[in-house]
Design a protein around this ligand. Structure first.
Ligand code: SF4
Ligand code: SF4
Length: 298
């Protein structure tokens, strides 16, 4: 059976989304299922692995993108490929017989290859980043995508990461990039449920509203975790209430617990109050997972 896919997202960086992703993986593994896989889809700045300082690197895989190259001996400098390229990745200057592809703008759509009638374009693989597989001691471990600096191929990398999702896993957690742009949409696109992480501040509420609109537009089920509760004000809670959005739980701000983030020991000696709150949240997720399994078995 296909795994239950849970995406954890936030409208902005700094809400504690990664802390919450890692803790949810930890408590789901401890209380509900050992068959859990964590994917770090924040491929520009992956940091789930920081939470597992003792993790063993199992393997790495290079991810490549097919980039066209123009053979200027065969090229007639007709400019058709440049006209077909929607991403303005091709520059052709006929008077000086110049034709080149800008790899950083290319989306590997293949249109230029179709456009060229002179067989002057061929594709070659170019590395865009790596996927690392780590044994974290939690379920099936962590797969981390990391883009090469300068590459803009976040969605391609996220697609590659998701190829690791297998029917052997009961649940897969996607730690999404922050924001509401294409990489976020790519991450949540096949999720069965999305958790939005926010904080009770005006900025948190502003970005939460943007993400809620995005998820409603693409028809995703979601709930919200308010992190660092106790700080800020009650506007986020009022908004959730007014909009009838499920509050999955609150994680209070705890200075000592935040300090452990810095030294990578956040999964050790978790304060009892925070532990209980995570257990309540993962119980709710487990219920959704069981409902999903029931629906997909019948
Ligand atoms: S593959 Fe697509 S994006 Fe890349 S250069 Fe060709 S037309 Fe442009
Ligand atoms: S379509 Fe082919 S021949 Fe024309 S400019 Fe592009 S590469 Fe050259």
């Amino acid at each position: 059976m296909k795994p239950f896919k849970l995406a954890i997202a936030s409208g902005k960086g700094g809400t504690g989304k990664t802390t919450i992703s890692v803790n949810i993986a930890y408590f789901l593994n401890s209380d509900h299922t050992k068959s859990i896989k964590l994917l770090d889809c924040d491929v520009e700045e992956p940091n789930d692995a920081l939470f597992f300082p003792e993790a063993e690197l199992v393997s790495t895989k290079e991810v490549t993108q097919l980039i066209p190259r123009i053979d200027t001996d065969a090229c007639t400098f007709c400019r058709k490929c440049a006209e077909w390229c929607e991403f303005n990745a091709i520059v052709v200057i006929p008077p000086v017989k110049f034709a080149e592809v800008n790899a950083s703008l290319c989306h590997s759509c293949g249109a230029c290859l179709v456009a060229c009638e002179f067989d002057a374009i061929k594709e070659y693989p170019e590395p865009i980043g790596t996927i690392s597989y780590l044994n974290t001691g939690i379920g099936a471990g962590l797969a981390e995508g990391r883009l090469k600096i300068g590459s803009a191929m976040q969605t391609l990398m996220i697609k590659e990461l998701k190829k690791d999702v297998s029917d052997e896993h009961q649940i897969v957690i996607y730690d999404a990039p922050p924001g509401t742009s294409c990489p976020v949409v790519e991450t949540v696109s096949d999720a069965d449920f999305v958790i939005l992480v926010t904080e009770p501040t005006p900025f948190g509420l502003h970005d939460l509203k943007l993400t809620v609109t995005l998820l409603q537009d693409i028809g995703k089920q979601f709930g919200v975790i308010v992190n660092k509760s106790g700080l800020g004000n009650s506007d986020v809670f009022n908004y959730l209430d007014n909009e009838n959005i499920e509050l999955l739980g609150e994680i209070p701000f705890d200075r000592e617990y935040a300090r452990r983030y810095a030294d990578g020991s956040i999964l050790k000696d978790i304060p009892t109050d925070i532990e209980n709150r995570y257990r309540t949240i993962v119980d709710k997720i487990a219920l959704r997972m069981k409902a999903y399994e029931g629906n997909n078995n019948s």
